[in-house]
Design a protein around this ligand. Structure first.
Ligand code: LLP
Length: 411
């Protein structure tokens, strides 16, 4: 049996038999290894690595990152609640996002988070007012928009002038000067995030260079910073992408930060978990259409939105000992939309009942899943060597319908 039929020591078929499909399967050892790569590459800089919770926010996964010493990058009160429940350190948690509500800011202040990554002037004022009411001082960093092109899918590119993110480069000094006048804020850092699934290092380096120009200008205005946060991590291989070398990234960052007294922070998500997970699905039917063949599986766009939303490629392996011959087909789910596909024009050998593994579905898969078509979200399993643990139960219909059923009597 070849290795790809197993997650660590456990055959995929055994996991499917025990937990059913669709099923997300994660390798704990691969998660640890991915984090080690960052820790080793950046060792000389001793960065605070804040795992981006949005990539995969399962409580057991967060607990694993917490035990490995990570901080967290959150974008909602809900994600903060997860970090707390998982035993994460709120003192190593940073709060990003353009639309923090008053309730979320209050929740974060009461839990003494490390820093608010602030995205606008009204947000500065709001945090100051709430901190005043609570008798607290809020640590803040300003997310700058460096106006560099990250060369990634337009939906996940964030560092251009036209994007909603960050404070416009030319307004940054004024924004820090305003922050310095607000008594319940403490300026601690500067941050940016230019986009996700980056396959080229140069925009990341360019963004850092542009941030350092601002750090120097701020020093001229007597605003001294303690940390610099470079945002999300590097891209991963889904098909044949040339992904940036972490050691080269770290070397470039170390060169630019040398002789500066700035604590480095990083917010990687995808590259810590994306390759460590897969989505197991069973073939329901093979259908020969007039122009195309379809492999119809029990997973759908509600389980993995990336192909429909970003035309993303995910490798698909048949992990059963199939006897089928290869053919070209679209791999599609049961959802009533033409956009419900997991792969297009893929050469695949599959027959009804076979088990397929949709690869590299550890990041932005379950965390973006929905209940569209009243489909229960799938279960999640974490594998460690010869052990496997259910880390999220499959949803069921009574639970899914309860919130509406309770309201039915009002009509
Ligand atoms: N920090 C901030 C402020 C972010 O907005 C993000 C991702 C990250 C860190 C983590 O970036 P990463 O290391 O994962 O590249 N759903 C899309 C990806 C959206 C990314 C949003 N922000 C996808 O499936 O490709």
């Amino acid at each position: 049996m070849t290795d790809y039929l197993k997650c660590e020591q456990i055959p995929y078929s055994a996991l499917a038999a025990e937990y059913g499909t669709p099923l997300y399967v994660y390798s704990q050892q691969e998660i640890t290894a991915a984090l080690n790569q960052y820790q080793q590459a950046f060792a000389s800089l001793q960065p605070l690595i804040c795992y981006a919770v949005k990539a995969n926010s399962n409580l057991s996964i967060l607990r694993h990152f917490a035990r490995l010493g990570c901080g967290f990058d959150i974008v909602s009160g809900g994600e903060l609640q997860r970090v707390i429940m998982a035993g994460g350190d709120t003192g190593k948690t940073i709060f990003s996002g353009v639309g923090k509500s008053s309730a979320e800011i209050e929740f974060a202040l009461n839990n003494n988070i490390r820093c608010f990554n602030v995205e606008s002037l009204p947000e500065l004022e709001r945090i100051n007012t709430i901190a005043d009411r609570l008798g607290k001082i809020a640590p803040i960093s300003l997310r700058i928009n460096p106006d560099v092109n990250a060369h990634t899918h337009p939906y996940i590119s964030t560092g251009l002038k036209a994007n909603k993110f960050g404070i416009a480069y030319h307004d940054v000094i004024k924004a820090y000067q305003l922050a310095a006048t607000l008594p319940h804020l403490k300026i601690t850092g500067i941050d940016c995030h230019i986009g996700s699934q980056l396959t080229d290092l140069s925009p990341l380096i360019e963004a850092l260079e542009r941030m350092l120009l601002l750090v120097d200008k701020l020093a001229e205005h007597n605003i001294e910073l303690e940390h610099i946060d470079l945002g999300g991590g590097v891209g991963i291989v889904y098909q044949n992408e040339n992904v940036p070398d972490l050691a080269a990234y770290a070397t470039a960052v170390a060169r630019l930060l040398s002789k500066r007294n700035l604590q480095l922070m990083l917010e990687p998500g995808r590259s810590l978990i994306g390759n460590a997970g897969g989505l197991l699905t069973t073939v329901e039917y093979i259908k020969q259409g007039e122009e195309k063949n379809f492999v119809i599986v029990d997973a759908a766009m509600n389980d993995l939105m990336r192909p429909s939303l970003y035309q993303a490629y995910h490798g698909i392996l048949n992990v059963s000992s199939t006897t089928a011959n290869e053919f070209v087909a679209d791999v599609v789910g049961p959802i009533c939309e033409t956009g419900d596909f997991l792969a297009k024009d893929r050469t695949i050998a599959a027959t009804a009942g076979d088990l397929l593994l949709i690869q590299n579905a550890g990041a932005y898969a379950f965390s973006m899943a929905s209940n569209y078509n009243t489909r229960c979200r799938a279960a999640e399993v974490l594998v460690n060597g010869t052990e496997h643990h259910l880390i999220r139960q499959r949803e069921n219909l009574p639970e899914l319908l309860a919130n509406e059923q309770n309201c039915l009597k009002a009509i």
